[in-house]
Design a protein around this ligand. Structure first.
Ligand SMILES: [Zn+2]
Length: 132
């Protein structure tokens, strides 16, 4: 069995359409000026529905991480891999993987930047690698 591929919903569709073009977009609240992650219909902070998708730099730093050694179904050929909370420079925290980095080389506070992995013919997954 291969790696599972996410199914876009009405709410997450703009996100997956952007990743296909190697762009990372995050919902931004036009009322209170806050980025919100993960995708949702209302702003996490002020409950406004006045959200737009904004392209972000894709740069940030590792807030925390864990190394996965026991693979969930579909990820058997990926272990060990790094799952990390990443604080983007825009001030929003997202959960992703860190690639091109050995598990013993990841550090809290390490600078990372987004790259896009092919998941299937028409889907790409944003993951992060150490910044040079
Ligand atoms: Zn808001």
């Amino acid at each position: 069995m291969g790696r599972p591929v996410p199914k876009p919903t009405n709410i997450t569709k703009p996100f997956w359409e952007a990743t296909r073009q190697n762009k990372l977009v995050i919902q931004y609240c036009k009322d209170c000026g806050t980025y919100t992650w993960y995708p949702r219909p209302v702003c996490m902070k002020c409950m406004s529905r006045n959200l737009e998708w904004k392209e972000v730099s894709g740069k940030g730093k590792v807030y925390s991480y864990t190394i996965t050694h026991i693979a969930p179904k579909g990820f058997e050929d990926q272990v060990p891999y790094i799952v990390a909370s990443i604080d983007l420079d825009e001030g929003v925290r997202i959960l992703s993987n860190i690639v091109d980095c050995k598990p013993d080389e990841v550090e809290i506070g390490m600078r990372v930047e987004v790259i896009f992995e092919d998941l299937s013919e028409d889907m790409k997954l944003p993951v992060f690698k150490p910044s040079k």
